[in-house]
Design a binder for this molecule. Structure first.
Ligand SMILES: [Zn+2]
Length: 290
């Protein structure tokens, strides 16, 4: 995939097309703090989109020191749909794009430290030079620490696709991953974070149960399982800002959502602007007229 293009998109427009108020409003039942972290490749300091192994380790260690406990997406599913218990403060590691570093670095790191992660795979990228091979996905999946979810087939922005193509992107990626892992795939990560209510409806038709966005937040309020907030982490986030995001510091979220609001208004993406307005209000901010 074109990681550069995708990374710029994620960094410059960390926005999602908002779901609408009329959709299925199944919500988190209580106020547990659930931090979902979004990583991509493990790389060197020069990699904007990636993160160094040291920084990943430091972030996980800081969460553990703050009494956050690692859980898997399967536990989040159990919590949301079957009211199963999870720790009051939990975190989930997610890795998008099926980068080769998932196998070379993340997998042994998880095993060694008794952690869990879910890897979101654009299935057309399987076996490419810098991506996971089918054999590696199988090997990782055999270990309890690794779970897999769909990141579509081609990683295109879903809102640009016809219904027919969208159907293929969501249905066939699920089928391919199920064949490789031998398990039903119920989790989805929106390519570049964009989503609309049409996409959510089709995900539900295919029996997906959870979908992660790139809307930042802590998932500590009732939230739709198809609009799970994630904190995108890369080398460009300082240790201090990481801490503020995890702590739910209103000022940093106001800053994020103000920027998103301005961009979405400028781009004419009204549904995103509305969602940003809601988030801004929640964090004690207001929108200025563009
Ligand atoms: Zn991606």
């Amino acid at each position: 995939m074109n990681i550069i293009k995708s990374s710029l998109l994620a960094l410059l427009i960390i926005i999602s097309l908002a779901g609408c108020a009329n959709q299925d409003k199944q919500t988190l039942p209580q106020s547990n703090k659930i931090i979902v972290l979004c990583y991509h490749a493990i790389g060197d300091n020069n990699s904007n989109y990636g993160i160094t192994a040291e920084k990943l380790k430091k972030q996980v260690d800081s969460l553990l020191a703050s009494e956050y406990r690692p859980i898997g997406m399967d536990q989040l599913y159990g919590y949301l749909y079957d009211k199963k218990e999870i720790p009051a403060k939990s975190f989930i590691l997610t890795f998008d794009d099926a980068m080769i570093s998932d196998y070379e670095y993340v997998f042994p790191y998880l095993v060694k430290n008794n952690l869990k992660a879910i890897f979101f795979v654009p299935t057309a990228h399987i076996g490419r030079k810098n991506n996971l091979a089918e054999k590696q996905i199988r090997e990782m999946n055999e270990n309890d620490c690794c779970d897999f979810g769909s990141h579509s087939v081609s990683h295109k922005n879903l809102y640009t696709l016809s219904e027919e193509v969208l159907d293929e992107e969501l249905g066939s990626s699920k089928k391919i991953l199920a064949e490789i892992t031998g398990e039903e795939i119920i989790s989805f990560s929106y390519p570049n974070g964009f989503f609309t209510e049409r996409d959510i409806a089709i995900l539900q038709q295919y029996n997906y149960k959870l979908a992660v966005t790139v809307m930042p937040g802590r998932n500590d309020i009732p939230i739709n399982p198809f609009e799970i907030r994630r904190i995108i982490v890369s080398n460009s986030i300082s240790d201090d800002n990481f801490k503020l995001l995890v702590e739910g510091d209103p000022a940093i979220y106001r800053q994020y959502y103000s920027q998103m609001y301005a961009k979405s208004v400028k781009s004419g993406l009204n549904s995103i602007a509305r969602l940003c307005e809601e988030e801004l209000r929640r964090y004690g901010g207001t929108t200025k007229s563009p």
